[in-house]
Design a protein. Structure first.
Length: 181
């Protein structure tokens, strides 16, 4: 990044870390479904980003860190012979059997549904609709083609609709998408 001293580079990274951590944490939480696993994933991503900080351009720093985060999640997933999903909450349950907030309950349901998706579908759905990345940016972040992103996202959304009991969208009411030319 063209640093003149290590102290300036460290200060720039600290500023970046403060700015990027909430976004990375939300993405990691949706990819893992666990607050603790998300914290660990973000920590590893930030450490790996720091190691390469001198080579990272300021305008692409968040995309670089997100790519590191997703790649590390893939590496962890591949190294495990089997991931065990549990049906527990990361926060205390109120006396009425809920977490005390409809929004929290909705988020919990979304994470549970996302956890049931295959890894590739979960990553594309999270990056496209939660991190609000374009198809091209999602493809770049995952190192796959745009067609793969479209297919995985479509299958993921269909599976989420099926699992949640939501009806499929009516093709007659769907707005046609414009392709950039």
């Amino acid at each position: 990044m063209g640093r003149t001293s290590k102290a300036e580079g460290d200060a720039a990274f600290t500023d970046f870390m403060v700015q990027a951590e909430p976004s990375l944490m939300r993405t990691a939480w949706l990819l893992t479904g666990s607050t603790e696993a998300a914290r660990e994933l973000v920590q590893v991503a930030l450490v790996k980003t720091y190691v390469s900080w001198a080579k990272v351009r300021p305008e692409t720093a968040l995309a670089f860190a997100r790519r590191v985060l997703v790649n590390h999640k893939v590496d962890v997933w591949r190294s495990r012979s089997r991931e065990v999903l549990t049906d527990t909450l990361d926060r205390p349950v109120a006396a009425g059997g809920t977490t005390g907030s409809g929004a929290s309950d909705d988020r919990d349901e979304i994470v549970r549904l996302l956890a049931r998706l295959p890894e590739q579908q979960r990553k594309t759905v999270v990056l496209r609709f939660y991190a609000d990345l374009s198809e091209r940016d999602t493809a770049d972040a995952l190192g796959v083609s745009v067609g793969t992103v479209k297919a995985a996202t479509s299958r993921g959304l269909a599976t989420l609709r099926e699992l949640s009991g939501l009806p499929a969208p009516d093709p007659a009411t769907r707005r046609p998408e414009r392709s950039p030319r």
